[in-house]
Design a protein around this ligand. Structure first.
Ligand code: OXD
Ligand code: MN
Length: 601
């Protein structure tokens, strides 16, 4: 096997912070015996460690240093072209029975899967360094926070984990010496980055993840999709909390009244943009702040939902990011950022499709080939990414580290739908809201391999991330609602509706503040709405559209409910529930029947 990650040899004082917890040591020893690395590097999260890893990565061409004046302290990594997105086909939930994984997951028997993976891992780190990365997910003092360890043979993974998690000594301290304490075991090896040997396997009962054959963030930063969502959702159900694919933002009015909102949109549907929204000039005095851009962990306190962002950084899609679409993201990724698969300009800057200004006359594309504006290929891969510390965000919420999290006033579901679904509407109550989440759908994007642009049902944006039976997941949502005395209001949004001419009807980006404002008005019990079969709909004058160049017909089209389209939609809801083979709880079947009935009233 070609050695894709030759060993590195740290000087004394780097790479030698061994954990004291015997359970961790035993596990690392076992994985070392199996993978047979040249040496073991125990990470501590220090600056010295980072400098050393960067220097070695530069020597091995795993990173390219960017122009220090243009993007200080930032680097470019190019992945293998066969390895640019999450691979849902090769992602498995390995529960003792297939029923526990449910109809929406690939299932594989745990014992057989362990033995297949151990065979692949046998000797896989020969000539490589095995890194042991301790990290926590969640604010340092939160009760929701979890400890994880990731073993990897990739320096890029270690450097990314430094950005995306609170990594190093902080985790060793949090775990302590208790050999019975809960912590996640993550093993990752690049192997030879061959799609035929690419498996992302989760063993929820063992709190264990094994990922082989990939170097792409969503498959290998095991803290994120694997722990915080798949294993996280399994633990959350068992322990009575929620792990969701949601951004969290704060909205503060000019009078200083603040609400927090969580929103679930599928991958690459604008969660990062929404979380960093800058209100348009018309909303003078309003402020939006970011708690998180991808994942929310929520628990019930005083009858309310409180949320924390388990992550420490943003792993966002680069193409389309600009001062027009997301100025705060542009400021965030202007320094201390690790880019993957964007283009490199001749002056050592980065470039991507959709960046402000003219394209460069010449660049090196994401694969490493010459590129000019006349090239047929894209300069940056459509799923090229940035990893940037959340502290780079000028709009970071001041309570992002708060142990108890932030109280959630509203939950928003949304997808990318060119037709049928109105710009915004509100559920009648929690159960109806769960139905909105359970039936949401979106056109697929480049964040996962497969066909792009195909409408698929993606319940709560968790289809690729729910680590157990989706029917039980729906039941968990309904059960949470019963425990809430002050539940958040639930909404559905669709920024992507198109008119007859095929053009988007809604300007999106910062203008989404107008929809957010209506959501907040509803939370404050002052926003107007009309009862429709699908839920509470704003009438055009309930939305603050002052100063927006949009004609009446556009607004009517955005908010319209086309009964014919909805008949099709209702049939699709039924087909989706039927496809799940009897796991859908009665409450949601009843919601569907009520929705059908409302259309005949
Ligand atoms: C992500 C994803 O990277 O959802 O956040 O794919
Ligand atoms: Mn995501």
């Amino acid at each position: 096997m070609k050695n894709l990650a030759p060993a590195i040899f740290p000087p004394n004082g780097i790479g030698d912070t061994k954990p004291r917890n015997q359970a961790v040591l035993d596990w690392a020893h076992e994985i070392g015996k199996l993978t047979k690395p040249e040496n073991i590097f125990w990470c501590d999260g220090s600056e010295r460690e980072k400098e050393f890893l960067i220097a070695e990565s530069l020597k091995q061409n795993a990173l390219i240093k960017l122009n220090e004046k243009k993007v200080p302290r930032s680097y470019l990594h190019r992945s293998n072209p066969n390895d640019v997105a999450r691979v849902e086909k090769f992602t498995f939930i390995c529960t003792p029975t297939k029923e526990e994984a449910g109809p929406t997951n690939n299932w594989s028997e745990p014992a057989e899967t362990y033995s297949k993976l151990y065979e692949l891992l046998n000797g896989a780190m020969r000539g490589r360094t095995m890194f042991v990365v301790p990290y926590i997910m969640g604010p340092p003092d939160s009760a929701l926070t979890k400890v994880g360890f990731e073993i990897t043979d990739s320096k890029y993974v270690v450097l990314s984990m430094r950005i995306m998690t609170r990594m190093g000594k902080i985790a060793l301290e949090r775990l302590g010496n208790d050999t019975k304490a809960e912590w996640n075991r993550g093993v990752h090896s690049l192997l030879d980055v061959n799609p035929d040997r690419r498996f992302i396997c989760h063993f929820p009962q063992d709190n264990t993840i094994i990922s082989v054959g990939s170097g792409y963030g969503g498959n290998v930063l095991l803290s994120k999709k694997c722990l915080a969502l798949r294993i996280g959702s399994y633990l959350a159900r068992k322990q009575g909390w929620m792990a969701e694919h949601m951004l969290i933002l704060g909205v503060e009015s000019p009078e200083g009244k603040k609400h927090y909102v969580a929103a679930a949109f599928p991958s690459a549907c604008g969660k990062t943009n929404f979380a960093m929204l800058i209100p348009p000039a018309h909303f003078k005095g309003w402020k939006v702040t970011t708690v998180g851009d991808d994942i929310a962990w929520m628990e019930i306190r005083d009858g309310r939902l409180f949320a924390v962002n388990p992550e420490n950084g943003y792993f966002g899609v680069v193409p389309g990011t600009s001062y027009k679409s997301n100025p705060n993201a542009m400021k965030s990724i202007g320094h201390d950022t690790l880019y993957t698969n964007v283009a490199l300009t001749d002056d050592g800057d980065v470039w991507w499709e959709g960046r402000d200004g003219d394209p460069p006359g010449h660049a090196i594309d994401w694969i490493g080939n010459d590129w000019t504006p006349d090239s047929k290929e894209k300069a940056a891969h459509p799923n090229s990414r940035f990893a940037t510390p959340m502290r780079n965000n000028p709009a970071l919420d001041p309570d992002v580290e708060k142990a108890q999290g932030v109280p959630i006033s509203a939950i928003i579901f949304g997808g990318r739908r060119s037709g049928t679904v109105p710009l915004v509407y509100e559920a009648f109550d929690w159960s109806h809201g769960v139905y909105l989440g359970a039936t949401m759908a979106s056109e697929t994007t480049a964040a996962a391999t497969g066909e792009v642009g195909k409408v698929r049902r993606d319940p709560m944006a968790m289809l690729p991330f729910c680590g157990y039976n989706i029917g039980d997941y729906f039941r968990h949502w309904i059960g949470i609602g019963k425990r809430l005395t002050r539940p958040p209001l639930i909404f559905n949004v669709n920024w992507f509706r198109k008119g007859a001419n095929g053009k988007f009807l809604w300007p999106g980006f910062g203008e989404n503040m107008r929809v957010l404002k209506w959501v907040i008005d509803r939370c404050e019990q002052r926003g107007g709405a009309l009862k429709s079969p699908v839920g509470w709909l704003p009438s055009p004058h309930d939305l603050d559209l002052d100063g927006l160049d949009i004609d009446h017909q556009c607004v009517a089209d955005l908010l319209g409910i086309d009964h014919e389209e909805w008949q099709k939609e209702l049939a699709e809801h039924k087909a989706f529930f039927d496809s799940l083979g009897g796991v859908v709880p009665n409450e949601l079947q009843e919601q569907r029947e009520q929705l059908v009935a409302r259309f005949t009233e």
